[in-house]
Structures are given as structure tokens and as C-alpha cells.
Design a protein around this ligand. Structure first.
Ligand code: DQQ
Length: 536
């Protein structure tokens, strides 16, 4: 095939072949994690979508089962699209998903396990009284999908939202029910925003103001804030806000520090879409999964026979500032670590670079901490750049010299660096503060022509003048790089397809293209093994 089979990911979630897209609500039930995802059983482009189903005891090793939900009834004969699971009282899991009816109207259906004593929950029943929510007057039937996990408020009703739009206004429509079967539309949508288009895969959940525990979706009360995330169909980017939820009025109001448009906060500033969180009752944490699509042509996707991966599950918490979330790869990923190398107290002079040797870095977990003292030479920051990190990174790529930075990692690099994906920071001086930009620059990731190689970037909310330090972690897996800046304050995922830097020919460097020296206080890099991945 045109693409080396070694570019397939090793420890990211993937079925043996074919197309996957959005994660459906994963769930933890009776000792097993279930992951359902949008899957084309017949090919490696989008189509024929069913709910594929895999199980795991550790979120790392996966066993594939038969698809859980597939078109078979009038209420889903034209498609079984995204949805979510809710665990009802009495420990009864239930799924709500979007079906496409014979007229291709989007309707919401329920399904439940046929046999709760089957530990794998292999078969799912779709009762004939479906759909439980139809697009009635005032609802756009071709933009009405992806029901969330339901939550129960102080009044005892179950509530959920469905993504939608009206003209160009994106919104989430709220429904209430006492029995999960009869749903009544609320008079007002939970939230909406102008000119944002269709809101796909909404997610709405509480986060604790303090501490390191995640919250079950129905938790409310003091010390709790809410997160609303939506996936924007137009840009294919996701945005979230942190805010207040008034249970009595079922109104959500984002904080003033959270923009609710395309300048807002993102879980991931890269290739990351249709994500979902779930509450993991086993470890009392909330876990985020996202979908990273290929960045190659569909001709190549067809030739290689697979397309799309799920990102490494991340625990998600409210940052101490209360203004944003922080994400970190689940601790279980450390069980995949193998051979380990360490670099300490290494000065990277202006214009210098340094190779990290001793591991096969095509599948690796790299954690590095940089000391940055002396910000005198930081480039001036223009205020108009503040709303578009991506454009700034596109102009100031890794090869463009700076004052403080660009410094960081060159991953999936060929020996002579004809190929490299740069993961880096650049520090600017604004009025009374410094601004830290984090970038993924894959513009030189491959010598192959015709690839989509967008630069991705986000700002990092740290006070670098005070700490003089910044950390970076990158999970490298053959054709994907997932990076976490400043302990997960800013995250970026990219898909890249080297032609030289493959397998043992992939190299890892630290670089500094700024005029100020930086120091690696510590770097730890591990080779990553290959867990059980759906029988592939
Ligand atoms: N694609 C699904 C929809 C969802 C979108 C169909 C996300 O349910 O809105 O596969 O990629």
C-alpha cells in the first residue's frame, strides 16, 4: 500500500480495520469498561454507521465484540448515529442514540441490554415504542442529534440535551422525563449561541471546584461548576465553556472568562472531535475520549483499509484558576511503558539541538521539563493575536527564529531532520505579562506530497516569569502525536505520516530555535509497548 503499515498506531484505540468516528458515551459497568463508537463495518470511509462495541478492564487492552446497535427498525433504518449511556437506579445501563428514520429525520431512541447477567452486555434491545423523542414543531429534523447522558436534578426529573441549530444559531435542546420513556421538551434551550451552526455531540457535566475527584453527572450543590462542550460542524473544532447551571430554570450561563464562540476554550487545539466524557465509578474520575481522524486523502484511507483512532483517555478536572479544564492521560497508560531513558540538566544553547537516544521513539511517551530563565529577549506580542493562536503559529513555525523559543521536541524525525514534527513553546512579551504559545508544526512531517499538514496552537495560561519553568508531555504513536503543555492546561493532537521517520528510523530531538538558551532540567522517555487492541 501507499502508506507503510508501520504507521498504524500501536497503543491508541483502533479496530483491526475500517472507518471509525465519534466516540459514543463510554461507560463503566460491573467491573468492565465499554466503549461504543461510530463504525463502518464495510469500508474505511464514512458510511453504513453502526455502534461498534469493545470492552476492557483497564481502558488500555481492548476486546472487540459484535456491534451493539445497527439499523434494523423503522426508527433507525437509515442510520444509528451518536448517543450516550446513562446508568439508571438499580445499576441498569441504558443507551439513548440518534436514529435516522425512512425519511431521514433524526429521532432519539432508547436501547437496553437484553440480558443484564451477560457480563459483556453483548445484545441490546430497541423497544418498538421508539422513537422516544421526535423532532416536533420548531425543531430542525435534519439537525437534531447526539443526546447526552441524562442527569437528575433536585426536582427528580431526568434531563438531557440534544444538539441542534436553528438557521445559523447553534443550540442544545433540553428534554425532561420521569420514566425515561416519555420526554417533554423544555420551553427554552439550555444554551445557544449565534452564528455557530450545528452543535454536534454536546456534553454537559459537573466539575468540582476543589480536589482531584471527578463527579457523577447527576451530582449538584455547592462547590460545583458545569462544563458545556459542543462540536462545531462548520469548523470541525470543539469548544467548551465553564459556567453556572440554574437547575430550577434549567438555564446554563457561561462565566465571563469563557467565550462561547469560535474564540473559546478547547479541550484540544488539534485534530480532536466528537469527544465524550464519562464518569468512571471505579476510580471516581471523569474521563474524556476524542476522535482523531486521518489527515490523509480518502484514496489513501481506502488503500490502507483503516481510518480514525480514539485518543488516549484523559482524566479531566477543573483547573485551580476555575477558568479552564486540565487534562492528563489516565494513569493506566503507564502500564504500556517499556524501556526508559533519562536526560538531566542539559543546556540547549540558542540554535542548538540534542538527540535523545536509547529508545525506539516511534512509539513513545516523553515528559520533559524546561527551565526558562531570562525573558528579556521575548518577542513583542500584538494584542490582535490573542484570539487566533493557530494563525500565529502558522506564521511563526518552528523554523522561524525567536527570542525565547521556539524550543521543544522534534518527534517522528528522520536522522537528518528532513522530516520532523515540532512540538514547541514560544514566549512573548505583552503589556505587564508574558504570553506562552504552544504549537504543533507538522509542515515538515513528511516528504510525501498531498498531505493535509495544518499547524495547530493554543495559548498556555501560566505565569512563566514567576516560575521560570514549563513542562511538556508528548504521546507519540507512529502516525499520531498527542501533546500536553503545562501538565495538561493546553493539549494538541496531530496526525502525521512520515515517509522516512518510521519505526526504528524515527528519531527524537530537543531543539531551541530562540536566541535565549534553555535548559532541560529533566526528561524521561519511555518506549511504548503494544497492548491488546481488538484482535488486530
Ligand atoms: N457524526 C455522527 C453524528 C455526529 C457526527 C454520525 C460527529 O451523530 O453528530 O456518524 O462526527
Amino acid at each position: 500500500s501507499v502508506v507503510d503499515s508501520k504507521l498504524r498506531t500501536g497503543y491508541h484505540f483502533q479496530p483491526p480495520k475500517h472507518w471509525i468516528n465519534g466516540t459514543l458515551r463510554p461507560m463503566y459497568y460491573n467491573g468492565l469498561y465499554h466503549l461504543f463508537y461510530q463504525y463502518n463495518p464495510n469500508g474505511s470511509v464514512w458510511g453504513n454507521i453502526v455502534w461498534a462495541h469493545s470492552i476492557s478492564t483497564d481502558l488500555i487492552n481492548w476486546v472487540a465484540l459484535e456491534p451493539a446497535i445497527y439499523p434494523s427498525k423503522p426508527f433507525d433504518i437509515k442510520g444509528c448515529w451518536s448517543g450516550s449511556a446513562t446508568i439508571l437506579p438499580g445499576n441498569k445501563p441504558l443507551i439513548l442514540y440518534t436514529g435516522l428514520d425512512p425519511r431521514e429525520r433524526q429521532v432519539q431512541n432508547i436501547a437496553y441490554p437484553k440480558n443484564l447477567s451477560d457480563p459483556y452486555l453483548r445484545e441490546w434491545v430497541k423497544p418498538d415504542f421508539n422513537p422516544v423523542i421526535a423532532p416536533d414543531d420548531g425543531v430542525n429534523a435534519s439537525a437534531f442529534r447526539d443526546p447526552t447522558t441524562a442527569w437528575r436534578g433536585p426536582g427528580g426529573h431526568w434531563k438531557l440535551v440534544v444538539g441542534s441549530k436553528w438557521n445559523k444559531r447553534g443550540k442544545v435542546i433540553l428534554y425532561r422525563s420521569r420514566d425515561f420513556v416519555h420526554w417533554v421538551k423544555a420551553k427554552h434551550s439550555l444554551h445557544s449561541a449565534r452564528d455557530t451552526g450545528m452543535w454536534e455531540c454536546p456534553d454537559f457535566y459537573p466539575v468540582a471546584l476543589k480536589g482531584t475527584r471527578g463527579l457523577d453527572t447527576s451530582v449538584y450543590g455547592h462547590g460545583v461548576k458545569y462544563v458545556l462542550k459542543v462540536s462545531l460542524d462548520i469548523t470541525r473544532y470543539e469548544y467548551y465553556t465553564v459556567g453556572k447551571y440554574y437547575h430550577d430554570k434549567d438555564k446554563y450561563v457561561p462565566d465571563a472568562t469563557s467565550a462561547d464562540d469560535h474564540t473559546g476554550l478547547r479541550y484540544d487545539y488539534g485534530n480532536f472531535y466528537a469527544s465524550k466524557t464519562f464518569f468512571d465509578g471505579k476510580k471516581q474520575r471523569r474521563i474524556l475520549w476524542g476522535w482523531a481522524n486521518e489527515s490523509d486523502t480518502s484514496e489513501v484511507d481506502k488503500a490502507k483499509g483503516w481510518a480514525g483512532i480514539q485518543t488516549i483517555p484523559r482524566t479531566i478536572l477543573l483547573d485551580g484558576s476555575g477558568r479552564q479544564l486540565v487534562q492528563w492521560p489516565i494513569e493506566e497508560i503507564e502500564s504500556v511503558r517499556g524501556k526508559h531513558v533519562v536526560v538531566e540538566h542539559k543546556r540547549i544553547p540558542s540554535g542548538g539541538f540534542f538527540e535523545v537516544n536509547g529508545i525506539d521513539s516511534s512509539q513513545a511517551d516523553v515528559e520533559v521539563s524546561f527551565d526558562v530563565s531570562g525573558l528579556e529577549k521575548a518577542e513583542d506580542f500584538h494584542p490582535s493575536w490573542a484570539t487566533d493562536a493557530e494563525a500565529l503559529c502558522g506564521r511563526k513555525t518552528a523554523d522561524v527564529k525567536g527570542g525565547v523559543g521556539p524550543f521543544g521536541l522534534l518527534v517522528l524525525a528522520s536522522a537528518n531532520m528532513e522530516e520532523k514534527t515540532a512540538v514547541f513553546f514560544r514566549v512573548f512579551k505583552a503589556d505587564h505579562k508574558h504570553v506562552v504559545l504552544m504549537c504543533h508544526d507538522p509542515t515538515r512531517s513528511s516528504l510525501r506530497a498531498g498531505l493535509y499538514k495544518p499547524t495547530f496552537a493554543g495559548f498556555v495560561d501560566v505565569d512563566i516569569a514567576k516560575t521560570g519553568k514549563i513542562s511538556l508531555r508528548s504521546l507519540i504513536d507512529n502516525s499520531v502525536v498527542e501533546s500536553f503543555g503545562a501538565k495538561g492546561k493546553t493539549c494538541i493532537t496531530s496526525r502525521v505520516y512520515p515517509s522516512l521517520a518510521i519505526g526504528e528510523d524515527a528519531h527524537l530531538f530537543i531543539f531551541n530555535n530562540g536566541s535565549t538558551d534553555v535548559k532541560v532540567s529533566e526528561l524521561n522517555a519511555w518506549e511504548m509497548k503494544k497492548p491488546l487492541m481488538n484482535g488486530a
